[in-house]
Design a protein around this ligand. Sequence first.
Ligand code: 3PY
Ligand code: MG
Length: 262
Amino acid sequence: MLNKLRKAIDEKGCAIGTFLGVSTPPIVEILGYTGMDFVIIDTEHGPYDTMPACDLIRAADGMGMSPIVRVAGVTHKEIQRAVDNGAEGIIIPCLRETEEFRKAVDLCKFPPVGNRGFLKARGSGFGNAEWAQGSLEEFMSRSNEKALLLPQCETMEALENIEEIVNIDGIDGIFIGPFDLSISMGIPGQFDAPQFRQAVARVLKACKDAGKLCMIFSTSVEAAKGYRQEGFDAVANSIDTLMFKKVYQDMMEEIRDWQPST
Ligand code: 3PY
Ligand code: MG
């Protein structure tokens, strides 16, 4: 199987990963020793241009983790560079109109599904990877398998049309952004509100019914466990920026508050 995220989901039921907002390649290598399945390189909010993102993709690949890139928008430059450089999943934020989801397919997938621009770039070992051999038709079809298109559902407009969106050919799954979705619904951060729970259940059901993947961001291990229980295919828990602070803060408090015996 060409895609490590899909392989992890097939083998484990639920893949577990995290967002990278400030990490460098050696940090990604350290994460690789935790057994993490994927990392999301956040070029929407993080300070990563194309080459640093490429270095993080390489580091994740080297540790057997699936490199997923959150791009900043549904534009040719954003999506083409991410897929060409070897992203195994493309997450696109803040989409509203169903037409924007169709445009994402057009940019991310080769014909006959979309109209991605052709080059055997880094993601295919510049055409030298074993899977990139064979006819051009085979290359395009395998490339479509390798790079999953996982646009976000995080606006009311997307939520209202989610059943139609998940059935668009070329969309491999949906990534729920709880913060933006709850803000868009007028209930910011109220993840336990019945209205919000119903929205999440609706997206999950739509994905399951259409045979598409459903992923979500969580901010605590308890929430992540809940999403696993509900049947999510993948959970991205927390962000490196938050985790660094938490781990070192816990360490500081424990050492500082401990009283040496006199
Ligand atoms: C959100 O919660 O809005 C996100 O995009 C998380 O990734
Ligand atoms: Mg968001």
